[in-house]
Design a protein. Structure first.
Length: 319
C-alpha cells in the first residue's frame, strides 16, 4: 500500500477527532456562556490539619459568592469524643479558617445556613449533654453569639427563608424526637427574630422516622421529608405555608419492601405509590431486573454497602 493511501485514514481517525475535541468545547462555551472551570483542590481544614473530620455540610450566601461556611464533626483525641467545627471562607473558597469549635460533650450532626442579609447559623446535636445548640453570627460566621439550647433532636437540620417574601429571614430547625409512645416523630422549630428565640416544636400528623434537610420554596413554603425504615420503608413529606406555625398531614411519596435474601444475592422490591413514579435506585453494583410503570424489582450485588433501601427520582421530582 502506498504512503498516499494512508492519508484518508489519518484524516478520519486522527485529525478529525482531534479537531472535534478542540472545537466542540469552544462551541458550547460560546452558546452556553462561560465554561465551568474546576480550580485546584483547596484544603479546608488547614487550621485543624491533624484531626479526623466526618459528616461534612456546607452553606453559601444567597447573593455573595465570596461568603461560604461549613464544617463537620471533628474528633478530639484529648477527650476521646467528637466535637463540631465551623470553617469560613470570605474569598469564594480559596482560603478557609476555623472560627468555632464546640466544647466538651459529644457533638454530632452539624448543620449550617446563611441568610441574604449576611447572617450565618450553625446547629449541632450535643447528645453527650442532652440538648441541641444553635449559634448565630451577624458577620458571616467570623464571630459567634453564645449558643441557644433546645431540646435534643436526632439528625437536626437548618434552613433559612431567603425569598424576600412574607417570611423572609425566618430560620427553621427540623429534627426527630421520641413521642409519648416511644415512636420517633419529626418536628419543626422556627425563629422570626433572627435566631434569638424559637417557637416549637410543631409536628405533623403521620410524620416520623429519620428527617432529611428541609427546603424553602420560592413562595416561602417550607417542605419537610423523612424516611421510615423497617420491614418496609416509606418516604414521607409535609409542608407549611404559614412560616412553620402549622404543618400539613404527612403524605407518602413512595414506599418499598426492604431487602430480602434470595439465592445469596439481595432483592429489593420497590413499589411506587403512584403509577407515574419511576424510581431508579442509587445502589452499586446493581442490575435492573424490570423497570415498568408499577412494581420495580432490582437485583443488588452482594457487595453493596447501601445502608438503607434505595430511593430514586421520578421525572420532575424536587430534589
Amino acid at each position: 500500500m502506498s504512503h498516499s493511501s494512508h492519508v484518508p485514514s489519518l484524516l478520519k481517525y486522527v485529525l478529525f477527532p482531534a479537531f472535534l475535541c478542540l472545537y466542540i468545547p469552544h462551541v458550547f462555551a460560546q452558546s452556553n456562556g462561560p465554561a465551568i472551570v474546576a480550580g485546584p483542590n483547596v484544603r479546608v481544614s488547614t487550621d485543624r490539619p491533624d484531626r479526623y473530620h466526618g459528616e461534612t455540610a456546607w452553606a453559601a450566601h444567597p447573593s455573595n459568592p465570596q461568603l461560604l461556611i461549613g464544617g463537620s464533626m471533628i474528633y478530639d483525641p484529648s477527650r476521646t469524643e467528637d466535637h463540631s467545627v465551623v470553617y469560613v471562607s470570605t474569598d469564594g473558597g480559596a482560603t478557609w479558617h476555623a472560627t468555632l469549635e464546640t466544647g466538651a460533650g459529644q457533638s454530632v450532626d452539624p448543620s449550617y445556613a446563611m441568610s441574604r442579609t449576611g447572617g450565618a447559623y450553625f446547629l449541632h446535636d450535643s447528645d453527650g449533654n442532652g440538648y441541641c445548640e444553635f449559634y448565630r453570627s451577624n458577620d458571616g460566621g467570623l464571630t459567634w453569639s453564645a449558643p441557644i439550647r433546645l431540646n435534643l433532636l436526632d439528625r437536626s437540620w437548618l434552613a433559612v427563608d431567603n425569598t424576600g417574601g412574607r417570611y423572609d429571614g425566618r430560620i427553621y430547625i427540623v429534627g426527630a424526637v421520641q413521642d409519648a409512645n416511644k415512636t420517633q416523630a419529626v418536628v419543626l422549630y422556627y425563629s422570626s427574630d433572627g435566631g434569638i428565640t424559637f417557637t416549637g416544636p410543631v409536628g405533623a400528623t403521620g410524620l416520623g422516622g429519620d428527617p432529611s434537610n428541609p427546603v424553602v420554596l420560592s413562595d416561602g413554603t417550607v417542605v419537610l421529608n423523612s424516611i421510615l425504615s423497617g420491614e418496609s420503608g416509606r418516604l414521607l413529606a409535609t409542608r407549611s405555608t404559614d412560616g412553620g406555625a402549622h404543618l400539613s398531614p404527612a403524605i407518602e411519596v413512595a414506599h418499598w419492601t426492604n431487602t430480602l435474601s434470595l439465592g445469596g444475592s439481595q432483592i429489593t422490591a420497590i413499589q411506587p405509590s403512584c403509577p407515574c413514579w419511576r424510581l431508579i435506585p442509587r445502589v452499586a453494583p446493581v442490575a435492573i431486573a424490570s423497570m415498568q410503570c408499577g412494581p420495580t424489582v432490582v437485583r443488588e450485588g452482594p457487595k453493596s454497602t447501601s445502608r438503607r433501601p434505595p430511593i430514586g427520582d421520578s421525572p420532575g421530582a424536587q430534589r
